[in-house]
Design a protein around this ligand. Structure first.
Ligand code: BTN
Length: 324
């Protein structure tokens, strides 16, 4: 398979010349002809925006979206941010990819055009078709002990909302701990994993999926109500690359603030976008289930539930809204 750079070269070539036969693809991608043929098959299988016409590859103009572009992302990233960017054509999961890398001083951000085995929370599959959404993973060391890390998950949700607000996407809500909702439908999800830790820092992966444009066929694999940015703002051409730069900037600033002052500083902002507040909910935890009325979040980010006379704190598990 080719890397992301060669994929861009191929798009550039097809834009200029209309089509490319296998000899041409072989030359462009430095492959032999048999490999070029295999590449064509693989690209089509991944859902890349190409069509096969009389044995030659052409651009599928109706389905091509803005590709990930390193320069466009880099030009809008704050100067003081020290991050390495990896752009991928495909990967099973950007979270898995980034876990295998050695983390030195700088943070790492991995982005992919598609994921062949995207992972959601609670072991669910994250639908990740080619080219249209954001599959983003950040790996960085957070200066805090492990027992203080859990509110990070809520802060990342806030950073996604702040990012999307900057593109005119308002009325977004956070369903504890960090699902981003619009109009009772899920727009984006966050999966945080701890790689390792010591007394001073926690090495974490922050995985974020944002639905930009999902077609009904791809979305048929989603087992909950979903929405994409395109359906909220059909007339705006919101750039994937610009969202990514803003997300990198916002995450960096929110995480730095979290390192210095903890979650309490963000609590008010969280309560303002709390999707569950006042709703009747039930939770499925690892050890116990509970139900009651959601009452916001505690100073350490736990979900508060009023259950009869008791105010319960939930620190992990799935929360469902009871439909009346
Ligand atoms: C959820 O279930 O709400 C979390 C979804 C997280 C999806 C993102 S997409 C980028 C990163 N790579 C993955 O495999 N998962 C996360």
């Amino acid at each position: 398979m080719i890397g992301h750079n060669k994929y861009l070269d191929l798009i550039g070539y097809l834009k200029e010349n209309g089509f490319a036969n296998r000899e041409c693809i072989a030359k462009l991608c430095e492959l032999d002809v048999a490999q070029a043929e295999q590449l064509t098959t693989n690209l089509l299988k991944l859902g890349a925006p190409f069509l096969l016409m009389n044995g030659s590859l052409a651009l599928d103009e109706a389905n091509i979206q803005e590709p990930l572009l390193l320069e466009s992302i880099l030009k809008n990233i704050d100067e003081e941010i020290d991050a390495e960017l990896h752009l991928l054509l495909h990967t099973p999961s950007t979270n898995h990819y980034i876990k295998e890398l050695a983390l030195s001083g700088a943070s790492i951000v991995a982005l992919s055009e598609c994921q062949t085995a995207g992972v959601g929370r609670s072991g669910k599959h994250w639908v990740s078709p080619f080219g249209s959404n954001i599959y983003f993973s950040l790996r960085r060391k957070i200066k805090t002990p492990l027992h203080h890390i859990s509110p990070l998950s809520l802060i990342v949700g806030l950073a996604v909302i702040e990012t999307l607000n900057q593109f005119g996407l308002n009325e977004l809500k956070l369903k504890w701990p960090n699902d981003i909702y619009f109009d009772d439908r899920k727009l984006s999800g966050v999966l945080i994993e701890v790689v390792k830790h010591n007394k001073e820092f926690v090495d974490v992966i922050v995985g974020i999926g944002i639905n930009l444009k999902l077609n009904l066929t791809d979305a048929s694999g989603i087992d909950q109500k979903w929405i994409d940015i395109y359906s909220i703002k059909p007339d705006d051409r919101i750039s994937r690359n610009e969202i990514i730069s803003t997300l990198i900037n916002t995450l960096d600033s929110f995480i730095n603030r979290f390192e210095h002052v903890g979650f309490n500083d963000f609590r008010k902002a969280w309560q303002k976008v709390d999707y569950l507040f006042g709703k009747e909910v039930y939770t499925k935890g690892m050890r116990e289930n509970s139900s009651g009325i959601a009452m916001g979040v505690a100073p350490w980010g736990e979900l508060l539930i009023q259950s009869g006379a008791d105010l319960i704190k939930i620190s992990s598990g799935e929360v469902s809204v009871r439909l009346s």
